[in-house]
Design a protein around this ligand. Structure first.
Ligand code: CA
Length: 223
């Protein structure tokens, strides 16, 4: 899942980015409101985290710009304790949730999980296909009851595949949601990671879940 963080306080922004990357999210950080809005237009993010006090364009205007462009991506706003009216305006302008600074990182992570599962049908947030289960809250993956240890990137890739079971996912779609803006398009890194995943999830099992769609990309499905 790819997240854009628009926050001009470098320390706070870097702290959030690092914490999210530890949870396997792909993160782009932007310190400027107008530039952040352009990035939100250019990339299909899964979540936006927007500070309200930003240079060049206030967070509230970033928020309005995104919604006016009919982009439905969940938005979490960061506000200072004193900005009650700003908070209300933010929610009215289309923010889905807010967090007051300073905040505990665990609370930020829990709110992100809650926002990301709003689109999902399964209320608990646990993802399952056949005997493969992924729990975003604990980041635990099991197949047929056996625990599977994944690296951070493998986990992120699997989570993306599992959130789109039965759909053909092209390499550009995968890179857009699993890697950040530093991704180099001219590598076969996606195929490499899909192979890593195959080795851990499908190898030695009669039922394969990861399928190659020739000329298109990949699909996760039970048969
Ligand atoms: Ca700020």
């Amino acid at each position: 899942m790819r997240i854009l963080v628009i926050e001009d306080e470098t320390k706070v922004g870097c702290f959030i980015k690092r914490a999210l990357e530890e949870e396997s999210y792909a993160v782009d950080l932007c310190e400027d409101g107008a530039k952040g809005l352009q990035m939100a237009f250019a990339t299909n993010y899964d979540l936006l985290i927007v500070d309200l006090m930003l240079p060049s364009l206030p967070g509230l205007d970033v928020l309005k710009g995104v919604r006016q462009a009919k982009i439905q991506t969940p938005i979490l706003i960061l506000t200072a304790q004193s900005q009650v009216d700003q908070r209300v305006k933010g929610l009215d302008a289309g923010a889905d949730d807010y967090l007051t600074k300073p905040f505990a990182i665990d609370e930020l992570l829990a709110r992100i999980r809650a926002l990301l599962r709003r689109g999902a049908t399964e209320g608990s947030g646990v993802l399952q296909i056949d005997d493969l289960i992924l729990n975003p809250a604990t980041r635990e993956v099991t197949r047929d009851g056996q625990r599977i240890d994944l690296t951070s990137k493998e986990y992120a890739l699997l989570e993306y595949l599992m959130r789109h079971t039965g759909r053909v996912l092209t390499r550009p779609m995968i890179s857009e949601h699993v890697w950040n803006q530093d991704f180099d398009t001219f590598t076969n890194v996606i195929d490499v990671y899909v192979n890593y995943l195959r080795n851990k999830i499908d190898r030695g099992r009669s039922k394969k879940l990861i399928h190659t769609i020739r000329g298109s990309g990949y699909m996760l499905k039970a048969d």
